[in-house]
Each structure stands twice: as structure tokens, then as C-alpha cells.
Design a protein around this ligand. Structure first.
Ligand code: CP
Length: 342
């Protein structure tokens, strides 16, 4: 088991199921005592956030830990992570010093670092996050990087499990329009989570919008291992047909990296009530924030199928589960449910 929580594949199906079991127990028993009293967690943000920042601050505080939120480059010095560079630019501090210093003062480090959006070959290295992992002497948590958003995926799995046994249910990742080239992190983690949970996975996207090949390889392998189906299609009607979960997300093309999607894709690809009607009474999921009317019709977001607010709430419970897993020396027995090993 990884001592960091920066991706899904190091935790695997059983590790994720165990974290969700604990998150469900925490949701049922919000006053879990203060098992992390005396601990300190540094939350480092290179980019904006609402849910991630608030869920981790609230989770840490509820368990007795002290969260310190740092807006890197605003309240702190801008950070360099590349080795061997002459630091004559904006960055005044290197992670080689900053991360060991934070490790001496804090019990865990969490980092949000979106991709730059210029060169996927560079962005997919997740340079800053991996530099944190290399130089930290305490656990590192990803709060979203170029390659994934594992904390979001954990809350997504919890939200699905609250409504259905996931195995062999059809999970549809539905590409949705946007005015910008959005990152690949959330959709990549969403399909990897669904595959690890044993769901049949369909990725519905316009031509030229495939997800990164390494992510798709892991999804394919996980589906093969569980006997689930895996398909990538551009057929909108077939994609929605029979889905039990519709997970809407926009992401940019890797072929035209950093360029906004063609406006002609907006109307055909927007998530609408009529598309949802093609499903098998699917729940509608989105990580938020969402651009109403552009990606998704209001009637879908506000309708009975939408679970987006529960998804967001579950960020709190799963954040507690991750912090407990990485930091607690002793966990109350009622928060250690025997794993359902889903
Ligand atoms: N879904 C999510 O990570 O939300 P924030 O960007 O607001 O943290």
C-alpha cells in the first residue's frame, strides 16, 4: 500500500473500497472524536478551489488536525521543481528545500497543481507532484494534478456505492462542451475508478478527444481483470443507452493540446434531459464547478437524477478517510468496518 495518496492505481480496487467503507462509516458517525489531535496538514494550492480546499480544511479540523492552507506564489514564494535550472525567473524557492522544510513542520502535505496546457508530453510527467513525492518525508496527497484527481474519484465511488452495487453496471463518461481546453484529470480518474469498481465502462467522446493512452491502458486492464466491458465510442445514442451512471465532463483534445473545443460541438454534445432519457434511469454526476447551459441543461442539474451535491458532500467524508488512513496511529473501532472488497 502506498504511503502517499496521489493516484488510484497504487491503491487498487481493494484499497479504494476500504477507504470508501471508512468514509461511509464517517458519514454515519460525523463525531468521530479527535484521532488526529496534534497533527498538522499543509494544503498547497497552485490553482483555485472551492470543494477541495473546504473539504480538506473541514475534514482535518473535524478530526482534530490543524490545516494550513498555502496559496503558492501568492502567500508564499513561487516554487521551482526542475532540477539543475538557474533560478533567475519568478520562482524564489526550490522544492528541494521547501518540501523537506514543510515535512519537518507538518504531518502530511497536499498539493493541487493543474497542467500548464502547452505541451502534454511535459504536463503528463506531473513534475511538481512527483517532486513533492520525492522530497517529502511525510505522506503526500494529490488535490488534482495533470494526470488525476484521486480524491474526487474516491467521493465519486462513494456516491455510486450509496445508490447501487457498482459491479457490471454501465458507467458512461460523457464528453461535454466547454469554452476552454479543460484538463484530463477528472475524466481520467473517473473512468479508472469505475473500472476498478468492476463497472462496464463506456467513454463517449468526439473524434480527436481520446484520453491519454496510459490511462486507457489501465482502464482496459482493470475491465479485463473483472470481466467488465470497456468501449470508446462517438455514437451518442448508443453511448447513453443502458447507462446507470452518466458522468459528464469536458476535456481538451490531446491532438490539439491547449486549444478550445470547436463551438460546433456544443449543441450535439451538451448533456440534455432527452439524452438522459435514453439511459436505464441513470444518475447524473459531475465533479463541479459546472457551466450551466453550456455543458449541461439546467433541467438535468436540477432534476431528480442529479447527485452532484451529494458528490460534493462526499468530498468531506472521503477526505477524512484519506487523512485517517495516512496519519492516524489508532483509529476508533467503529471506523474500521470490515472491507466489502467491492
Ligand atoms: N471538484 C473539485 O475538485 O472542485 P474544486 O475545484 O472546487 O476543488
Amino acid at each position: 500500500m502506498s504511503r502517499h495518496f496521489t493516484n488510484l492505481h497504487e491503491w487498487g480496487a481493494e484499497g479504494l473500497a476500504r477507504l470508501v467503507d471508512r468514509a461511509l462509516a464517517l458519514k454515519a458517525k460525523p463525531n468521530a472524536g479527535l484521532p488526529l489531535a496534534g497533527k498538522t496538514v499543509a494544503l498547497c494550492f497552485m490553482n483555485p478551489s472551492l470543494r477541495t480546499q473546504v473539504s480538506f480544511e473541514a475534514a482535518a479540523a473535524a478530526l482534530g488536525a490543524h490545516p494550513i492552507t498555502l496559496f503558492i506564489g501568492q502567500g508564499t514564494y513561487a516554487l521551482e521543481w526542475r532540477d539543475g535550472v538557474v533560478m533567475d525567473g519568478l520562482a524564489a524557492e526550490h522544492v528541494r528545500e521547501a518540501v523537506p522544510v514543510l515535512s519537518r513542520m507538518c504531518d502530511a502535505l497536499a498539493l493541487r497543481c493543474f497542467p500548464e496546457g502547452k505541451d502534454w508530453a511535459v504536463d503528463k510527467q506531473d513534475g511538481l507532484l512527483n517532486a513533492f513525492r520525492r522530497h517529502a518525508t511525510v505522506p503526500v496527497i494529490s488535490l488534482e494534478s495533470a494526470l488525476g484527481h484521486p480524491c474526487q474519484a474516491l467521493a465519486d465511488l462513494m456516491t455510486i456505492r450509496e445508490r447501487m452495487e457498482p459491479r457490471r453496471k454501465k458507467f458512461l463518461l460523457a464528453w461535454a462542451p466547454h469554452i476552454k481546453a479543460s484538463p484530463q484529470a477528472v475524466p481520467s480518474s473517473a473512468v479508472e475508478m469505475a473500472a476498478l469498481a468492476g463497472m462496464d465502462v463506456t467513454v463517449l467522446r468526439p473524434e480527436g478527444y481520446d484520453l491519454d493512452v496510459s490511462v486507457m491502458g489501465r482502464v482496459r486492464a482493470a475491465c479485463e481483470a473483472s470481466g467488465a466491458k470497456f468501449e470508446v465510442t462517438g455514437d451518442i445514442r448508443a453511448g447513453y443507452a443502458g447507462a446507470r451512471v452518466v458522468y459528464a465532463k469536458s476535456w481538451g483534445s490531446l491532438e490539439r493540446y491547449g486549444q478550445a473545443p470547436d463551438a460546433a460541438l456544443r449543441e450535439p454534445w451538451r448533456v440534455t434531459a432527452s439524452k438522459l432519457a435514453l439511459t436505464d434511469d441513470a444518475i447524473f454526476m459531475h465533479c463541479l464547478p459546472v457551466r450551466r447551459g453550456l455543458k449541461v441543461e439546467d433541467s438535468v442539474l436540477d432534476g431528480p437524477s442529479s447527485v452532484v451535491i451529494d458528490q460534493a458532500e462526499n468530498r468531506l467524508h472521503t477526505a477524512k478517510a484519506v487523512l485517517l488512513e495516512l496519519l492516524a496511529t489508532q483509529v476508533p473501532e467503529e471506523l474500521c468496518p470490515t472491507s466489502s472488497a467491492r
